[in-house]
Write a protein that binds this ligand. Sequence first.
Ligand code: 8YV
Length: 314
Amino acid sequence: MQPCLIQIGRLAPQLEAALASEFEIYPLWKENDAPAFIAAHAGRINGIVTSARAGADRALIEALPSLKLIANFGVGYDTVDVAAARERGVVVSNTPDVLNDCVADTAFALILDVTRSISAADRFVRRGEWKRGASFPLAVRVTGKNLGIVGLGRIGQAIARRSAGFGMPVRYHTRRPMAGMPWAHEPSLLELARWADILVVACAGGQGTRHLVSKEVLDALGPKGYIVNISRGTVIDEAAMVEALAARRIAGAGIDVFENEPHVPDALLELDNVVLLPHIGSGTHETRAAMGELVLANIRSFYSDGRLLTPVQY
Ligand code: 8YV
């Protein structure tokens, strides 16, 4: 099979250049009339390259009768309709493992920032308040705090390992306990939230985890508890979180992902106990380059011998 791919959204410039030099690939985002382009070339297109942001929906998958492969730049593939792909026998690859460390580092950056008020203190200095003689309010000690982790995949485990450096006891919530893990499993998310000082969301997104962190879970976390999210905005009931933060029913939040990116609820912009990031969990030169290499390696392997290096198990 001769590769003929479409690229749905923008990707890193080096990856776009490498894709264009190796394959027949059409950047769909450059087309003024994408549906007309698809209709004109549908029969030839056998691959899609996409990312968490751009995804690949059922309508697109069904519009491409020769489609065989969807290569996703990112570990999370909740915006790819894998049910539609499976029905059509289309395989899907993602980019696991290479981003574990950077996403776990981001989780810890958020934990440290929100508990120690680092960004808020930075704003305080920039506003000239220190210079004017004001004193910055005391923050909350991180070392020794209870760390609850929702989801213990590869990223969750990398977060749990980092906690050792901060003397933090760890418990995790997954549907079933995971074999061989040194951390305690908590079957009830409500109980985990009650126990945790800091609750980090590190599970996969998608329908199965939508609003898993509900108003009740946030209330169980309580007025001294912090929520950190580096997975998908959909996992938290965002409206409930905004309300809980505004009413100080939880102490603070460190958030890299939102329900409707790049929209960030206005109410959050007003709050000093919230750290807001523009979905940069994996956003380092090194990790994005490694993710790009893995996308390329999957595409090469698929078109040369029909196998994916990192297939999504659906
Ligand atoms: C994005 C991510 O993929 O891997 C994931 O699931 O969310 C990120 O690494 C990246 O921002 C590109 O959309």
